[in-house]
Design a protein around this ligand. Structure first.
Ligand code: SF4
Ligand code: SF4
Length: 276
């Protein structure tokens, strides 16, 4: 399994550049199931970065599995399952899944039978493998995201010996990646804009800005409380329906979090504007 989300750092891009790029429509053979001889071999010692949407979905899975009736709190999730780091050069927060503190360093969600305990809500990198996806804003139209798809053929992975045939579109569809890619593309577009800003000004995010970004991206439950206490939504030109969605639905809140950071860190007002 690839060891990080497809495109979170320059290092990931370099990793992908060393693999075979898949042309649109080009096929590949692959299957992963308990019948493959290597099943579960790849769910340990991973450098597995979690995008904000990955963390949201994992917290939801963990809340459901422990009968909390709601998502696990973001603070508990970070405490128990993740390490907070920042993207080099820009200071944008990035979570890394914490492998078990044993010599095998297994993923905390790898069960004794090697099945995934959070399969329906597994992270983007686990879904995307054996593909790797690199994205960048288009040079012609920065609002448009361009993608490159690579096949990551790791020598220990016997999934390539299986018969099942895929292409990029059928694999992404089968793995339920549409919602993940849509949110991750916003995350990477934000990172790309912050990198461009840092290169032109020579300044990365300050501590307070990094803290706000962590709140908006990885702690939607706490971000909702912040928005109430700061009466932040009242100062924005938004319709009531979206305001209600942001306060009641974590996915809508994360989507708003990207808008909020674009406004407060980059001065972009294409998606939300302060009231006149
Ligand atoms: S087939 Fe590949 S992805 Fe599946 S368990 Fe084996 S190594 Fe991991
Ligand atoms: S989240 Fe699931 S699929 Fe991903 S590494 Fe952990 S056990 Fe494996």
């Amino acid at each position: 399994m690839t060891q990080s989300p497809e495109q979170t750092t320059d290092k990931s891009q370099q990793f992908l550049d060393n693999h075979e790029e898949l042309a649109p429509g080009q096929g590949f053979r692959f299957a992963c199931h308990p019948g493959v001889p290597c099943f579960g071999a790849c769910c340990s010692a991973l450098n597995l970065m979690l995008t904000p949407y990955d963390a949201l979905r994992l917290r939801r899975a963990l809340g459901q599995s422990t009968n909390m009736g709601t998502s696990m709190s973001s603070r508990q999730f970070v405490r128990e399952y993740a390490d907070m780091t920042t993207m080099p050069g820009i200071g944008l927060p990035l979570l890394q899944l914490h492998m078990q503190d044993t010599s095998a360093k297994r993923c905390p969600f790898s069960r004794a039978d090697f099945k995934c305990a959070v399969y329906e809500n597994r992270p983007s990198a686990c879904r995307t493998y054996p593909l790797g996806r690199a994205t960048r804003p288009s040079e012609d139209d920065p609002a448009r995201i361009e993608e490159q798809i690579f096949v990551i053929r790791e020598p220990h992975c016997r999934g390539f010996e299986q018969e099942a045939q895929w292409n990029t579109a059928s694999w992404m569809d089968d793995q339920g990646l549409a919602a993940y890619n849509a949110s991750n593309d916003r995350f990477m577009a934000l990172a790309a804009s912050l990198r461009a800003q840092a290169e032109s000004t020579g300044q990365r995010l300050g501590g307070q800005q990094t803290g706000m970004a962590g709140l908006a991206l990885y702690q939607p439950d706490d971000f909702q409380r912040f928005l109430i206490s700061a009466r932040a939504l009242e100062r924005l030109d938004m319709d009531d329906e979206r305001r209600a969605a942001v306060m009641s639905d974590e996915e809508a809140c994360l989507d708003f979090g990207f808008d909020w950071l674009e406004l407060t860190l980059l001065g972009k007002t294409d998606r939300i504007q302060p009231k006149a």
